[in-house]
Design a protein around this ligand. Structure first.
Ligand code: PMP
Length: 400
């Protein structure tokens, strides 16, 4: 048989994919019962399907054919207006000339890296970081610099040391609040320091914050967006995926007004506009005041689930592993001793009926072979206990 060499672009080999996203199809193909700590999804029973169905009849039902047309690239007027009102008075308050509706948070990241990264540019990412964020930077052929994260978020003093008098980063990618995957939040002091460094170096800060509205403990810290007070070097990426539902695939970017036309031009070459029926559905949800109510319910649910996860971990792994203590969001980061290789553990755990994401998925240079991420948000406390018990059995098998 003749073999053909495909004329692929050089960037094709920089498309590294996502272990997280691949777990969706991997899990869908399993036929046995699995406790799913893998995907970062909201609680399925907390999705307000009844309210959405009612709004759907009105906004995208038989009487609303215009909801199925193309939309304006910057976002449908109804959603833009409702979102501006929703955010007004919050740490993410914005204005029309800064706001672009996107197809999920991922498109916001793609647009940001696309506009700012040339091949070979230095991009700072946290270590560990959100896999798809670093993968997007790599897709534009960035050189990555991984800066460690501790309980207070990115170690900004280490970042300064690592750069020293060398080449400054073009972009600093951070998930400052309830970080994916560690759950850590950057302190106010570090946020200020990061913005100072970005200004000194002329670096763009991508402020990726899908979880900030899901605080269930501790005191609020202002967003990087708020602290930047209009500084054009901060571009904020937000999404409805965690606060409402990921299948909607709608998010937004808040950026300096001088970037809006570039964002629109780039988005027009990607997908023309964001799915209009979903924009209308979300606009109706926001206008009806449902999001605030929904956030209140979700915060209580997630607090209980985080506590259940920590209690189960203490019961089964107390003294043997350590884990983080997030004040919001979806994730706990668990670190085992050197005897546990979490990529090997994954296979055994899957057979035992529990799924998570191995730590190395969150580091382009694979610095976390003994850690793993669990999402506590999507699973009831009872199932969380069951899942951790199964994890215990899997760890016993790989270490015996
Ligand atoms: N950034 C972070 C930190 C995330 O956790 C996620 C979703 N897992 C995204 C961006 C992407 O959001 P979306 O699903 O809306 O594309």
């Amino acid at each position: 048989m003749q073999t053909t060499t495909l004329p692929l672009a050089s960037r094709a080999s920089d498309l590294v994919g996502s272990v997280i996203d691949s777990s969706t199809s991997l899990l869908a193909s399993q036929t046995h019962d699995i406790v799913r700590f893998a995907m970062g999804s909201p609680a399925p029973e907390a999705i307000p399907t009844h309210v959405l169905a009612e709004i759907g009849v009105r906004e995208i039902g038989a009487e609303a054919p215009d909801a199925f047309d193309y939309a304006a690239t910057e976002g449908d007027a109804a959603l833009r207006e409702a979102l501006l009102a929703q955010l007004s008075g919050t740490t993410d308050a914005t204005s029309p000339e800064r706001l672009t509706i996107t197809s999920g948070g991922m498109q916001g990241l793609d647009l940001a890296f696309k506009l700012f990264v040339d091949p070979g540019d230095l991009v700072v990412v946290e270590s560990p970081t959100y896999t798809n964020g670093s993968a997007t930077a790599l897709s534009y052929q960035a050189d990555l610099l991984e800066v460690p994260v501790d309980a207070e978020g990115m170690q900004v003093d280490r970042l300064e040391e690592m750069i020293g008098s060398g080449r400054p980063p073009k972009v600093i990618y951070t998930i400052p609040t309830f970080q994916n995957p560690s759950g850590a939040s950057m302190t106010l002091e570090r946020r200020h320091r990061l913005l100072e460094l970005a200004n000194r170096w002329g670096s763009l800060v991508i402020d990726d914050d899908p979880y900030g509205m899901l605080r269930f403990a501790g005191d609020a810290v202002p967003s990087l967006h708020e602290l930047a007070a209009g500084d054009p070097l901060v571009l904020s990426v937000r999404t409805f995926s965690k606060i409402m539902a990921p299948g909607l695939r709608v998010g937004w970017v808040d950026a300096a007004p001088e970037l809006q036309q570039l964002l629109i031009n780039a988005k027009q070459a990607m997908d023309t506009c964001t799915n209009l029926p979903m924009q209308r559905l979300i606009a109706g949800f926001l206008r009806g005041g449902h999001l605030n109510e929904h956030l209140t319910t979700q915060r209580a649910v997630y607090r209980a689930r985080k506590e259940a996860m920590q209690a189960a971990l203490t019961e089964h792994f107390g003294g043997e592993a350590r884990w983080t203590d997030p004040e919001g969001g979806f994730f706990l980061w668990v670190t085992f001793g050197p005897e546990v290789d979490t990529e090997r553990l994954f296979e055994v755990a899957l057979a035992e009926g529990v799924a998570f994401i191995p730590g190395n998925a969150f580091s382009p240079s694979k610095q976390f072979p003994h850690a793993l991420r669990v999402c506590f948000a999507a699973t009831t406390p009872k199932r969380i206990h069951e899942g951790v018990e199964r994890l215990r059995r899997a760890v016993d098998k790989v270490t015996s």
